[in-house]
Ligand binder design. Structure first.
Ligand code: G3P
Ligand code: MG
Length: 242
C-alpha cells in the first residue's frame, strides 16, 4: 500500500542544500521536516545499486568515467561532495526506513541495464522494507524497469515517470498497475489535470523551486511536488497546516 503522500518531496535527497544523492542530504531533509525524499539509483560495475543521477561520474563526484564501468572499490572511495561518499541504495533505504521518510526510489538505469537495475532495486527494497507498512514508491522513466518491478515485487507501489506525458499514458498506467503519475511541471495543463482527476491518479511534478508555480500546481489539483528548495517546502507546509 502507498502511504499517504506528503505535499513536498525533497529532490535528489537534500535538494540544493546538500550534495545530491547522499545520505547527508537525506538526513538534512528529515531534519528540516520533510517527510519524503526522492533519489536516483543506478548499478555499479559490480551490480550494486547506488545513488547517483548521471551515467558518468564527473559532475557529482571527483571520479571519472561511467558508473556502469566503475567497480565498487573505486566508486565508494570517491567524494560525492563535502566528503560524502556515493551511498549504496541499501544504506539510503535503511536510513529512510529508520527516519520514517517516504522514499521515492527513481530507478535510473544506464542504457541497456534496465532489467538488471530494476531487479536489483526490487530485491533490496523488499529486504529493507520487509514487514513495513510504509513501502517506498518506485518510479522510472523506463517502462521496462517498472514492468520488472511489477512482476518481481508487485507489492511495491510504482510511479510512472515522464518528461513529456504521452496521450496514452493511462494505458501504460493500467498495464504497469501503477499508483502515481510523475511528470515535468511544465507539462501540466488543464487536460492532464482533468484526466488525472477523472482516473483518481495522484499527479506528482518535478522540479518546482518557485512559490508561485507551486501555488498554481497545488490549486490545479497536483498532489505533490519535487523540490530543490527545502526551505520553500517547509514554509509552504507550515502555512498549509495553519
Ligand atoms: O523523479 C523526479 C525527477 O527526479 C526526475 O528528474 O533528472 O532529476 O532525475 P531527474
Ligand atoms: Mg530523479
Amino acid at each position: 500500500m502507498l502511504p499517504s503522500l506528503p505535499r513536498w518531496i525533497a529532490h535528489r535527497g537534500g535538494g540544493s542544500l546538500a550534495p545530491e544523492n547522499t545520505l547527508a542530504g537525506i538526513r538534512l531533509a528529515a531534519r528540516l521536516g520533510l517527510r519524503a525524499v526522492e533519489f536516483d539509483v543506478m548499478l555499479s560495475a559490480d551490480g550494486t545499486p547506488v545513488l547517483i543521477h548521471d551515467e558518468t561520474l564527473e559532475r557529482t563526484t571527483n571520479g571519472r568515467g561511467r558508473v556502469a564501468e566503475t567497480a565498487d572499490a573505486v566508486l565508494f572511495a570517491l567524494d560525492a561532495g563535502d566528503g560524502e561518499p556515493v551511498p549504496t541504495f541499501r544504506a539510503a533505504a535503511s536510513l529512510c526506513r529508520e527516519l520514517g521518510l517516504l522514499a521515492n526510489v527513481e530507478i535510473k538505469p544506464a542504457g541497456g541495464y534496465e532489467r538488471a537495475t530494476a531487479e536489483a532495486v526490487a530485491q533490496v527494497a523488499l529486504a529493507v522494507w520487509q514487514g513495513s507498512a510504509h513501502l517506498p514508491l518506485l518510479s522510472s522513466f523506463s517502462l521496462e524497469a517498472l514492468a520488472v518491478v511489477r512482476d518481481r515485487a508487485p507489492q511495491l507501489p510504482r510511479g510512472l515517470l515522464y518528461d513529456q506525458v504521452p496521450a496514452d499514458w493511462h494505458a501504460a498506467f493500467v498495464e504497469l498497475d501503477a499508483r502515481t503519475l510523475h511528470c515535468a511541471a511544465g507539462q501540466v495543463d488543464g487536460q492532464l489535470l482533468a484526466a488525472a482527476a477523472a482516473h483518481r491518479v495522484p499527479l506528482l511534478c518535478f522540479t518546482v523551486n518557485c512559490p508561485e508555480q507551486a501555488k498554481t500546481l497545488f490549486a490545479g489539483g497536483v498532489a505533490a511536488l519535487f523540490t530543490d528548495r527545502l526551505d520553500l517546502a517547509v514554509a509552504e507546509t507550515a502555512a498549509y497546516n495553519r
